[in-house]
Ligand binder design. Structure first.
Ligand code: SAM
Length: 191
C-alpha cells in the first residue's frame, strides 16, 4: 500500500472554524485528500493518507484516512468531513470517527517513528529525481503544505530517521499536484 503524509504547521486542530482558508489553509488539506483518493471514476483502494495538523489550538492532530467500502469521502464536502472529525476527537484515544477515518493526537516525528522500518521519501525540489531512484515496496511520501515543512521539523526528521529526499522536477508544485504526480509515477511503476 502506498501512503502519503501531508504536514501542515498551521492547520487548525479543532472543528470550531468558519471557513477552511482561515483555518490554517485546511482547503489545501482538502485538495490533498482529493488527489490522494480520487480517480476519474473510482476511489483508490490502495492508498492511505495521513494529515498532520500542527496549528492552534491543540496541536498536533493526526487524521488518518484508509480505504473502507463505507468511507464517507465525497469530493463535495471534504471540509465538512475534516470539521466533524476534529469535533469528535477524544483525548488520549485513537478514534474511528467514520469507517476508515481516524483521529488521534500524534506529531509528525512520532508518526515517522512508527514507520521507521518502511521506505520513506520526503518530497523536496532539491532531492533526487523520482524517475532516477528506485521506489521500493509500500512507499511512504511526505509532503509539506503551502509553506513547506518548517526547518526545525525537517532537520529533526532527516537527522533521526532514514528518509530519502526526492524531487518531481524544478517547479514548485501545489501539494495536491505533487500527490497526483507521485500517484501517477507509482501507478506507472505498478507498485
Ligand atoms: C507549494 S510547495 C511548498 C513550497 C514552499 N515554499 C517550500 O519551500 O517547501 C508544497 C510541498 O510540495 C512539495 N513540492 C513542491 N514542488 C516540488 C518538487 N518540484 N519536487 C518535490 N517536491 C515538491 C514539497 O513537499 C513542498 O513542501
Amino acid at each position: 500500500m502506498r501512503e502519503f503524509i501531508y504536514y501542515s504547521a498551521k492547520g487548525r486542530t479543532s472543528g470550531n472554524f468558519k471557513d477552511l482558508m482561515s483555518a490554517g489553509r485546511l482547503d489545501i488539506a482538502c485538495h490533498a485528500v482529493i488527489s490522494s483518493f480520487f480517480l476519474s471514476n473510482r476511489i483508490r483502494e490502495d492508498v492511505k493518507l495521513n494529515l498532520i495538523l500542527d496549528g492552534p489550538p491543540d496541536a498536533p492532530k493526526h487524521i488518518e484516512f484508509i480505504y473502507d467500502k463505507e468511507i464517507p469521502i465525497s469530493k463535495k464536502d471534504v471540509g465538512g468531513l475534516l470539521k466533524r472529525m476534529l469535533f469528535k476527537y477524544k483525548k488520549d484515544k485513537k478514534t474511528e470517527v467514520f469507517p476508515g477515518c481516524f483521529i488521534e493526537k500524534k506529531s509528525l516525528r512520532n508518526l515517522i517513528k512508527d514507520y521507521n522500518h518502511r521506505n520513506i521519501y520526503l518530497l523536496d525540489k532539491k532531492g533526487k529525481d523520482i524517475r532516477e531512484i528506485e521506489i521500493k515496496k509500500d512507499p511512504i511520501f511526505i509532503i509539506g503544505d503551502q509553506e513547506g515543512i518548517n526547518k526545525k521539523e525537517k532537520r529533526f526528521i532527516l537527522k533521526n530517521f532514514n528518509i530519502n529526499l526526492i524531487s518531481i522536477g524544478n517547479f514548485d508544485y501545489f501539494s495536491s499536484q505533487v500527490i497526483s504526480i507521485v500517484n501517477n509515477e507509482v501507478d506507472r511503476k505498478e507498485l
